[in-house]
Design a protein around this ligand. Sequence first.
Ligand SMILES: *Cc1c(COP(=O)(O)O)cnc(C)c1O
Length: 411
Amino acid sequence: MTTANSWLDEFPARIAELDRAHLRRKRREVTPHEGARLNVDGQTMLAFCSNDYLGLAGHSQVIAAACAGARAFGVGSGASPMVSGHSVANAALERELAAFVQLPRALYFYAGYATNSSIVPALVGEGDALFSDALNHACLIDGARLSRAKIHRYAHADLAALSAQLAQSPARRKLVITDAVFSMDGDIADIPALLALCERHDALLLLDDAHGFGVLGPQGRGSLAHFGLAGPSASRRVLYMATLGKAAGVAGAFVAGDDALVEWLLQKTRSYTYATAAPPLLASALRASLTLIETEQWRRDHLTRMIARLRDGLRPVLRGTSWQLGESTTAVQPLLIGPNDEALAVMEGLRERGLWVPAIRPPTVAEGTARLRIALSAAHTEADVDHLIEALAQIASAHARLSPEPETAVA
Ligand SMILES: *Cc1c(COP(=O)(O)O)cnc(C)c1O
């Protein structure tokens, strides 16, 4: 049977709509090259887009551990951890992760997205209350929606608003969810203040440390350690979550916290129970990566120097433009451009100069705040960072010649 005007025929027009709004995303085919370079569609590019902040994804010891893991355990895990997928390698990794973040117990998941979108509904449900920063990652938002708890969204980092919402909520179970380092802005949440609020209102704090784990705190132990909140002082009010595909250079994620809380998540998280366990070779690779994170402080020190070099170098370049560098001290350095087409044009200008910096557009970021998300890594050299600054200087001056009117600042 055929139907006139079926919605199934509308996809080409809907895609054309994305094109018109400069919102169509295109993938590139990449192969890793030396250092922070990538071969992109056949061309070598200096990349500032990877979350491999410590340069561990291609490390020889991590690769060797993955190969040894494949030989010892095979490539696939074969089943859910609840059946036969809980390999000795995954179990050892969980113990090492818990010790590393100085919390009682950890649970290892195959991906961060699946973790957050599934642990939130395991923690709260109908009749409970959720408090969520407006700039939280999509997987926390999806978890909140799936939970059916009442969602209170507070303006980004507005703890006065959060405090008022917590005080007014009649719910007995309250869960505050937040990125620890915000993924598109690079700023760090005020975790001590969040914890104090949670203490006052008997709420649990779920911290997504995807961009802090491995990078922040002594030995890279993450954002709790960054604020001196790890170890014996770690509160049972925190459920710590981090991903392992960014600074750790591999894949997967984990949650860590109070023993009973983690046991509850093991029992009730659907993406844990009903998904095939991560391949044990990844756990082998992650254990090697964890050792490098802990012992090679020079990676974090070098990254810190690259961040300072970029910020210092861009300051004079941005003078007289409408572009703004976000207030970030982390490896995520957002260069706010504003309109989608302009952000794409700057990205294109960089591409022509052999540099790859992704333009991030709505709905990933708010309307009118399209930006270049510059991600720095320990794999970048001083010359790499200088190359980016110089290219942006050329594009900014060409842009100024094209639009002689003084630009209004981007809000
Ligand atoms: C990348 C990211 C995730 C998702 O983790 P994956 O392991 O890539 O699925 C979750 N939260 C934040 C803040 C992230 O940046």
